[in-house]
Design a protein around this ligand. Structure first.
Ligand SMILES: [Fe+2]
Ligand SMILES: [Fe+2]
Length: 253
């Protein structure tokens, strides 16, 4: 199973970078299944119904989310669609799906989304024990996890915890790609963070000028997106059958 996992697509510039580079990457890697982290794709906060439908027309199989899963007013509506999941470790009764299992050529693949707790601030359930609970219920040919978390310690601990139990663990959220794509000792493919898709020289996709001002003054401001400058596309290619992982980073020249 050849999977392409695309890192956090950030607002309009993210959609632009995605439209520019996805066809090229698709042509080169010929993925059979595409996962995209869409937690910032609409207005920085989740996925709109319109964008969900647009992503489906482009062949995205599963959209994962993160700490912005519930930031939009219409979040509950979009989470009802079949190809989108929210972090599994929210409390009982939360809208949306904890994971999704799909078929590809007679094989089943489960995609799970988790949210970290270190430096994140959300009062959510333990992602480690949540994984135990989910893995006791599923029996798929393949299983891929998006761990949306800030702390590298929490992500690497999760990598050791899930090694040999799932096929791949991909970190998201920091928007900065890490250089540690690897095969873990028991065969799981892993990267601490895949990085973002969008403007190259912003701060997490937001205006650099504004971020500097916030650090200089300490006065909080609502983040405004960076709207100009070169773009970047960050993804990871996962070949589950052959146990291969390859980091893909493309910058505008
Ligand atoms: Fe993000
Ligand atoms: Fe996030």
């Amino acid at each position: 199973m050849r999977i392409l996992f695309i890192g956090d697509v950030y607002m309009e510039q993210g959609r632009k970078a995605f439209e520019k580079y996805f066809p090229i990457v698709k042509e080169q890697y010929k993925p059979q299944f595409v996962i995209l982290n869409g937690e910032n794709i609409a207005n920085g906060n989740g996925v709109s119904e319109e964008i969900y439908k647009y992503l489906m027309t482009l062949g995205i199989n599963v959209i994962t989310l993160g700490n912005h899963a519930f930031s939009r007013k219409d979040a509950a509506l979009v989470l009802d669609y079949p190809n989108i999941i929210r972090p599994a470790n929210y409390g009982k009764g939360t809208k949306g799906k904890e994971y999704v299992t799909m078929n590809y050529n007679g094989k089943t693949i489960t995609v799970i989304n988790l949210l970290g707790r270190v430096f994140m601030g959300d009062q959510i359930d333990n992602p480690f024990t949540k994984m135990d609970e989910i893995l006791s219920k599923i029996n798929s040919d393949y299983c891929v996890v998006d761990f949306h978390a800030e702390a590298t310690s929490e992500k690497t601990a999760m990598a050791l915890y899930l090694d040999g139990r799932v096929d791949a663990l991909v970190g998201t959220h920091t928007h900065i790609p890490t250089a540690d794509a690897c095969i873990m000792p028991k065969g799981m493919l892993y990267i601490t963070d895949v990085g973002m898709t969008g403007v190259r020289f912003g701060v997490i996709g937001g205006s650099g000028e504004q971020a500097i001002r916030k650090f200089l003054t300490g006065v909080p401001e609502r983040t405004v997106p960076e709207t100009s400058g070169p773009l970047q596309f960050n993804a990871v290619f996962l070949d589950l059958a052959n146990r291969k992982i390859e980091k893909i980073t493309i910058f505008d020249s």
